[in-house]
Design a protein. Structure first.
Length: 217
């Protein structure tokens, strides 16, 4: 499973990238707002930093304006992936941009049928939002499972980008189901290293090494 980092925080992207944990980056208008930076400037900086796809989202909701914005974003760097919402106009923009050779991430997916439409429209990525479904007491992971089955039934090449990931457990479940990519905030990716038995075991080893005077160099 590829890891995308879901942030516009340059320091966090750099930190994870140095560890080989960044196969791509996703942003959205809320993350850009949080960064306090200009969208074009911060997106360019991210594209220069990472080799993989960087999703930048349009803010228009009608096809013509989405196309203007999408084409403008696509010029930022060769690794831009234009993010469009899962609406009829968004799917139309997805089809046109994909036909033009631009990578497209269709976002705000909450149902298997929406994912089916995005694949038919030529999306490079479909972003089903796990956490937001869990928030309303539905099963976000069931959506990932359903899309995996549907895409495999028909050999769709659209990649499942599990999004709105809130925990290390979401990462594990998405990987078990076979999501192609998971995009998660930096703290979730970093939190995956933690296990109480690792911490307790290390404490004991450090103590025993000190007690025994073990010195390697
Ligand atoms: C995905 O591309 C979105 O940016 C993101 O995963 C949304 O996550 P949230 O529901 O935690 O805001």
């Amino acid at each position: 499973m590829k890891f995308f980092v879901d942030t516009a925080d340059i320091d966090a992207i750099r930190r994870l990238n140095e560890m080989g944990m960044v196969d791509g980056v996703t942003t959205n208008p809320s993350l850009i707002k949080k960064s306090g930076r200009d969208i074009l400037e911060v997106t360019k900086e991210i594209c220069d930093l990472v080799d993989g796809p960087v999703s930048a989202e349009v803010v228009a909701t009608d096809y013509d304006q989405m196309m203007k914005e999408g084409r403008h974003l696509a010029q930022i760097a060769p690794n831009i992936c234009v993010k469009v919402p899962l609406t009829w106009d968004g799917l139309k923009a997805c089809k046109t941009l994909s036909d033009e050779g631009t990578k497209v991430n269709v976002t705000l997916c909450f149902s298997p049928n929406q994912a089916l439409l995005a694949a038919k429209a030529g999306a490079t990525y479909i972003s089903p939002f796990i956490g937001r479904l869990d928030d309303i007491v539905l099963d976000g992971m069931e959506l990932i499972r359903d899309i995996r089955e549907i895409y495999d039934n028909y050999d769709f090449r659209t990649q499942i980008l599990a999004a709105s990931i809130r925990s290390a457990n979401h990462m594990k479940e998405a990987a078990l189901i076979g999501a192609d990519v998971a995009t998660a905030p930096p703290n979730v990716i970093e939190g995956m290293v933690k296990h109480p038995l690792t911490a307790a075991g290390l404490d004991a080893f450090v103590k025993d090494a000190a007690d025994a005077g073990i010195k390697i160099v």
